[in-house]
Each structure stands twice: as C-alpha cells, then as structure tokens.
Write a protein that binds this ligand. Structure first.
Ligand code: ADP
Length: 212
C-alpha cells in the first residue's frame, strides 16, 4: 500500500518537473536547466524503484497458483516479453527440452524473464548467448540459465540476491537491484533454492530448483 500511495505524489513531482523543463527551458540558464534535468531524472528513478518494490511485494501478497506449467512455453513467453531487447542486442536464446512442473506460471515467467534479461544486459561480447536447461534428481528439477556475459566475482555471488545490491554503477549498467531479489522470493515461495556460479569474464550460470 505504501509504495502504491507513494506513486501518486511522485507522479505530480515528475509531471511538474517535466512541465517546468518544457515550458521554461528557454528562460533558464545552463545551471538551471541542469538542475531541472537532475530533478526529472531523480523522479523517474524513484518511479522505477517504486514499481520494482511493488512487484517485489506482490510476489508474497498474491496467492500462489499451483498449475501444471510447461516450461518450454513459459520460456517462450518470457523471451517474447523481452522481444525488443532480444532484437536490439541480437541475443541468441537456446534451450534444451524443458519439463512440465507444478508451479505458478505467471511467477515462473517473471523469474525466467528477469534471468534472461540480466543475461542480455550484463554482456560484453556480441551476441549475448543464453542457454536454459533443466535436469531432474530424486526430489527436484534444477534449472540453469547460462550466459557468456561479464561474469560475477565469486565473493559477490550471494550479495546479488539481496534487494538493492548492485555490483555496478547506474552509468555502467542501468538497473534498480530488485530483479534477483524478486527471483529469490519466487523460488522460495515454490520451496526451491537459487544460486549463481560464475567468475569475472567467464559468463554466469544461475541455478534454481523447483520440487518435482
Ligand atoms: P539490476 O540488474 O537491476 O541491477 P538485479 O537484482 O537483477 O538488479 O541484479 C543485481 C546485480 O547482480 C546486478 O546489478 C549485477 O551486478 C549482477 N548481475 C545480475 N545478473 C548478472 C549476470 N547475468 N551477469 C553478471 N552480473 C549479473
């Protein structure tokens, strides 16, 4: 409720800052224009953070549906939702045959989408190559999402799942630090675990389990 209610006054701040910029740009000096730009940028960033927080809280407040969910289809949906960034980056998203699991389809799409979207974003070579696979043991399905991106220092592999923790500046890679915290919540709501194995420059593989 708090993040929902905060959106209203923030919309007013963002809206009036934009109006100020558009209407008075000609009468402001360079410094004045810069200040207004900072204010507009700050308000937009706050809006993004609030939307992220809302999404994060909704993972727990919405009842989890347990349906039979074909992960091949859910991955296609996730990739379709990312169509613009897939096309812009030329990313190649491949996958092994994936299982049908008992899970909340909307949340699994969100989980796969966050992981694939990060795999595209934290990339340094063309094209980003992403591979999704799943293997089964006695109790669980273990999914993996691998990329050929910048990788993560093993010392930081736990920190990335904590809300607002980022390893880069916004100038280097845009983001809010909420995506992986959402992934962790979704996996834990399904009684699974999530972790990453990586090394700098070696790509990353994110793993998560879902009880079979
Ligand atoms: P955001 O991408 O908005 O910063 P996330 O919670 O999704 O937030 O990710 C947290 C941090 O983990 C990122 O800032 C980045 O430093 C690191 N990270 C996430 N995914 C990857 C990846 N595939 N490769 C390298 N680093 C990653």
């Amino acid at each position: 409720m708090a993040s929902h209610d905060l959106q209203e006054p923030l919309r007013a701040v963002a809206g009036f800052c934009s109006l100020l910029k558009n209407k008075y740009e000609g009468t402001l000096d360079e410094r004045g224009r810069k200040y207004v730009d900072f204010a507009v940028d700050g308000a937009h960033r706050m809006q993004k953070l609030l939307l992220g927080l809302l999404e994060y809280s909704r993972v727990n407040t919405r009842p989890v549906q347990r349906l039979s969910a074909d992960c091949n289809q859910l991955l296609s949906e996730a990739v379709e939702n990312l169509r613009v960034s897939v096309e812009d980056s030329g990313a190649v998203v491949a996958h092994d045959p994936l299982p049908t699991i008992h899970a909340d389809p909307t949340q699994i799409v969100q989980l796969l989408q966050n992981l694939v979207s990060n795999a595209i974003k934290y990339c340094y070579q063309d094209p980003p190559r992403i591979h999704v696979a799943a293997r089964r043991d006695a109790h669980d399905w273990t999914f993996s999402v691998s990329d050929n991106g910048i990788g993560i220092n093993p010392d930081h592999c736990e920190r990335v799942f904590v809300i607002f923790q980022r390893l880069h500046t916004r100038e280097a890679y845009d983001g809010t630090g909420i995506g992986l915290a959402i992934c962790k919540r979704i996996v834990e709501r399904h009684h699974g675990r999530i972790w990453v194995e990586s090394a700098p420059g070696e790509g990353s593989t994110f793993f998560f389990t879902i009880p079979a």
